[in-house]
Design a protein around this ligand. Structure first.
Ligand code: BES
Ligand code: MN
Ligand code: ZN
Length: 498
């Protein structure tokens, strides 16, 4: 998509759709006021006739607006201005989301967001422009891979223009548009991988996707370890998960090199269980289809890689995906089996459904060789996290408060929030085992915490954070589908480190 940050004359500007704003108190933003005057007060008259109140997200679409070169005028409500006359960030996002959704069924090929003097509380022009590109990008996603009738999408915008007051603002806004569109691209890619069924999106499929991403990309290299190589490295925990599956496990290692070799990388590690039946500790049948989403952590890592390639930041990033199915068969790991991880620590597998931590612990140990300055793992790890935080916040655990704070801030800035959970020593003893160094489950209580405690034993002294995205990576019910979270948080975090 073409992205333009420009100073325009809203009256003379040619566009399929001019998007202008109005507050709940009836005040029109400057560009809206200008187009109203150009059309002899037609906009204000329609506002009155349609009883348009300007509530955040309320829209009024006007075709062939009088006096303008634009084919459509889309007026959107921004809600009540905050005390200092600024728009709240949530109202601004709601307004853009609703306005762009309205265009979803239109034949618009280009959109112009004309709110030049918009001031969003606590945010700059770059952020404002970025939201427009991110939200428009999100509108473009539509799952169709396994539908025989491809949906006819009317809305295929080719360009987005974001208007500015002056040239100086344009540079910041342009950067915002590019970041926003790159995030949307990464997030949509993560959604697509998440939505693909388990019979298509296997560990091998994910490995091939990683290789495809790296094609003709000098800054990205990919290496895929097969089961034989993992066995040689002693990855007994990871291999105990794939033991019952016909699909071979893959360890996907991607290195994005955007900075000098001497710069320690940041590591992202994704849980890539392409289907989680629970194994011998078989899950109940209801809703089991949703366990195809158990690779959404891995999908967010691949999505982030895609965004990095679009933005090319000066940064080194190692991305590791531990990909496996979790299936029951005659060779499958059984409750009570003891396995040896790559770190040398032994694990009593009391429940084969606690498999995510088993693949991640070996991936974390493997990643230590890159001497990362920080490691962040992303995993749909526990149902307990969904009980604790629901679908709004990702669970965040870390052995360094500074890293936790940085990630929490990235989540707020990117509108992809996380909430910190405790990683106190008191919880560690729930993992005691009579037959191994640790058990892979810690009992019913604090299930999300004890899962994080388990991983902390492999991160050791490396600054590390764990994002439990079990509640945020996908939606259930009528809107069932992957969300692409936490790609925005991860990209925000990485950009803040470049
Ligand atoms: N992938 C699941 C976690 C999950 C469950 C995410 C439901 C989202 C919704 C994970 O592998 C799992 O099965 N965890 C178990 C752990 C338990 C056996 C200690 C769980 O949460 O029930
Ligand atoms: Mn499981
Ligand atoms: Zn799982």
């Amino acid at each position: 998509m073409q992205l333009h940050a420009k100073v325009i004359d809203p009256v003379k500007h040619r566009t399929d759709c001019l998007l202008v704003g109005c507050y709940q108190d009836g005040t029109l933003l400057q560009d809206a006021d200008t187009v109203d005057r150009a059309g002899d007060g037609k906009v204000r008259a329609l506002i009155k006739r349609e009883k348009f109140q300007g509530k955040a997200g309320q829209t009024l679409l006007i075709h062939d607006p009088a006096g303008l070169k634009a084919e459509r005028l889309l007026l959107v409500g921004l809600g009540k201005p905050e005390s200092d006359g600024q728009v709240g960030p949530d109202n601004y996002r709601t307004a853009l989301t609703k306005a762009l959704a309205q265009l979803g069924s239109s034949a618009c090929r280009d959109v112009t967001v004309a709110m030049s003097e918009i001031a969003v509380n606590g945010r700059d022009i770059e952020w404002c422009a970025r939201q427009a590109a991110e939200l428009l990008g999100a509108q473009l996603y539509c799952y169709s891979h396994t539908k025989s009738q491809k949906p006819e999408t009317h809305f295929t915008p080719k360009s987005l223009t974001f208007t500015c007051l002056d040239k100086r603002q344009c540079a910041s806004a342009q950067r915002g548009l590019e970041v926003g569109s790159a995030i949307a691209e990464g997030q949509n890619y993560a959604r697509e991988l998440g939505n693909l069924p388990g019979n298509i999106c296997t560990p091998t499929y994910l490995a091939n996707e990683a290789k495809r991403l790296a094609r003709n990309q000098p800054k990205l290299s990919v290496k895929v370890l097969d089961e034989k190589q993992m066995k040689e490295l002693g990855m007994g925990a990871l291999l105990s998960v794939s033991a019952g599956s016909e699909q071979p496990a893959k360890l996907i290692v991607m290195e994005y090199k955007g900075a000098a070799k001497s710069q320690a990388p940041i590591a992202l590690i994704g849980k890539g269980i392409t289907f989680d039946t629970g194994g011998i500790s078989l899950k109940p049948g209801a809703g089991m289809d949703e366990m195809k989403f158990d690779m959404c952590g891995a999908a967010s890592v691949l999505g982030t890689a895609k965004t990095l390639l679009a933005l090319q930041p000066a940064l080194n990033v190692v991305m590791v995906v531990a990909a496996s199915e979790n299936m029951p068969n005659g060779r499958a790991t059984k409750p009570g089996d003891v396995v040896t991880s790559m770190s040398g620590q032994t694990i009593e597998v009391l429940n084969t459904d606690a498999e995510g931590r088993l693949v991640l612990c070996d991936a974390i140990t493997y990643t230590q060789q890159f001497k990362p300055k920080a490691m962040v793992d992303i995993a749909t790890l526990t149902g307990a996290c969904v009980i604790a935080l629901g679908n709004h916040a990702t669970g965040l655990y870390s052995n360094r408060q500074e890293l936790a704070d940085t990630l929490l801030k990235a989540g707020i800035d990117a509108n992809d929030k996380a909430w910190q959970m405790p990683l106190w020593d008191e919880y560690q003893k729930q993992l005691d085992s009579n037959f191994a160094d640790m058990a892979n489950i810690g009992g019913r209580e604090a299930g999300s915490v004890t899962a994080a405690c388990f991983l902390s034993r492999y991160a050791k002294d490396t600054p590390w954070a764990h994002l439990d995205v079990a509640g945020t990576a996908w939606k259930s019910g009528g809107a069932k589908g992957a969300t692409g979270r936490p790609v925005p948080l991860l990209v925000q975090y990485l950009l803040s480190q470049s």
